[in-house]
Design a protein around this ligand. Structure first.
Ligand code: HEC
Ligand code: HEC
Ligand code: HEC
Length: 377
């Protein structure tokens, strides 16, 4: 018995001494200029694959997620150009030599194989001890699904398709893009060209790729951009874009979108699943028992602008964005903006069904059009 304890003690002391010597002499080289030993590389990589696969398997996508939704693929591609292509390259675009000197070297996405859930997990959480960052919008679990939709078709995307998905009609500067480090989009002469990649040339959101901005009040747009730039409103799509703009440019862009023709309330968009008639009644009267106030008391009624220019116009916004935002206002992360508490109080008691119905109603545009739309179904 005594011998056993002594042996154990000896083993522990030997282990501590060995670990201390390993730490002190540092025989394993941490230099990125020296590749991992092949067995170490294989071990690390297969552990990573297993760890990602296990965690991704338990994910449950939100009900609005459809991996085949072209709007989500465009948004994923557009963000890929902002935040991923610098490291991973893009279809038909090569990478900067600074990036290929990283260890591990960022993989070319068409050389990997992952499920939609794994792509989501990787975009959301990143990979420790590699350069692969977690999602930039803290708490925005909804956003990386767009990346999952795009990465799933990545292997079939060629240069022209990528250009169409990520840029649409906006200014495209591949020569700048390929060599730029820290921003694949290059620098278009007019900063609004960068916004147009997602929000469209006309500010109408490229069919649900991003929210509509045209006709929104200048005060609201400027406040939203400031909130993204200052980290008071979380979004992995918008924070990196807004932070690169000077306060003057943000104000100038807000003014341009506010005066664009078309306006928000100009017509129906897709992705609707709720009951628009019930949504209209709820928006108009609220629900006293459930402590839901009338939305129109702040956001305005039929074709009229909201009560104050710090309240956004929401009629005509895409149903997916309305659902995502109402969930955010209910569940967080809440923006830290001057009027956030008022909207959060209004959304606190909404059920998922209420949200679907309100999104169906408001996505139809000007409230008056709801009864006609219902009859024509
Ligand atoms: C600063 C560089 C960098 C940026 C920016 C970056 N990544 Fe990565 N990424 C890496 C590195 C490094 C790895 C790890 C490669 C490895 O382990 O072999 C990686 C791994 C991945 C993988 C797993 C590939 C595999 O080997 O299975 C995916 C998918 C991925 N990144 C997607 C993205 C997406 C989407 C974005 C943008 C939201 C992004 N990355 C941004 C560097 C980056
Ligand atoms: C990669 C796509 C992308 C780019 C590029 C982009 N946006 Fe956005 N924008 C979005 C998305 C997605 C949202 C919704 C984010 C959220 O949920 O908070 C958004 C939200 C906004 C909002 C808030 C809208 C609202 O109703 O609350 C404003 C304002 C805005 N963007 C302005 C801009 C401007 C100005 C630019 C160019 C400098 C720009 N965006 C570039 C995708 C993009
Ligand atoms: C007390 C006034 C008030 C009421 C009532 C109210 N809202 Fe809001 N709502 C706001 C304000 C203010 C904002 C902008 C807050 C901010 O960005 O800080 C907002 C933002 C929103 C947004 C985000 C829009 C965007 O472009 O980002 C949606 C969607 C929304 N409200 C829907 C609703 C719905 C649906 C109801 C009814 C259940 C409702 N609101 C009730 C004041 C209100």
């Amino acid at each position: 018995m005594r011998i056993g304890w002594h042996l154990l003690l000896l083993a522990v002391v030997a282990l501590v001494l060995f670990a201390g010597a390993f730490w002190w002499l540092a025989p394993y080289n941490v230099a990125a200029s020296q590749r991992h030993l092949p067995p170490v590389r294989a071990l690390l990589h297969s552990y990573m694959e297993n760890a990602v696969g296990r965690r991704a398997a338990g994910l449950d996508p939100p009900d609005w997620f459809d991996a085949d939704d072209p709007a989500l693929m465009r948004l994923g591609a557009a963000h890929f150009a902002t935040g991923c292509a610098t490291c991973h390259g893009a279809p038909g675009l090569s990478r900067n030599a600074v990036v290929t000197a990283m260890l591990p070297e960022p993989t070319l996405i068409d050389e990997t194989e992952h499920t939609v859930l794994e792509f989501y997990w990787l975009a959301r959480h990143g990979l420790k001890y590699t350069g692969m960052p977690a999602w930039a919008g803290q708490g925005r679990d909804d956003e990386p699904w767009a990346l999952a939709a795009f990465l799933s078709i990545y292997a079939e995307v060629d240069r022209d398709t990528y250009r169409e998905l990520a840029y649409g009609d906006a200014d495209w500067r591949p020569a700048n893009a390929a060599v730029a480090f820290g921003g694949m989009t290059g620098t278009p002469e007019d900063p609004i060209q960068n916004c147009a990649r997602c929000h469209g040339e006309d500010g109408m959101g490229r069919d649900g790729t991003a929210p509509r901005l045209a006709g929104q009040s200048e005060a609201y747009l400027a406040a939203a951009l400031d909130a993204y730039a200052e980290g008071r409103r979380q979004s992995g799509f918008m924070e990196p874009v807004a932070i690169a703009l000077s306060p003057q440019t943000r104000r100038a862009l807000a003014a341009r979108y506010a005066t664009m023709a078309g306006g928000l309330g100009s017509g129906p968009t897709g992705n609707r699943s709720g009951d628009a008639v019930r949504g209209r009644d709820l928006a108009r009267q609220g629900d006293e028992h459930a402590e839901i106030p009338s939305c129109m008391s702040c956001h305005g009624v039929a074709g009229q602008p909201p009560r104050s220019d710090t309240v956004p116009l929401i009629a005509g916004q895409d149903a997916r964005w309305l659902s995502i935002w109402l969930r955010l206002w209910r569940d967080g992360p809440l923006p830290r903006t001057p009027e956030a508490a008022r909207m959060a109080a209004a959304a606190r008691s909404l059920s998922d069904g209420d949200i679907a119905d309100l999104a169906a109603f408001y996505s139809m545009g000007a409230p008056a059009s709801v009864s006609q739309e219902q009859q024509s179904r």
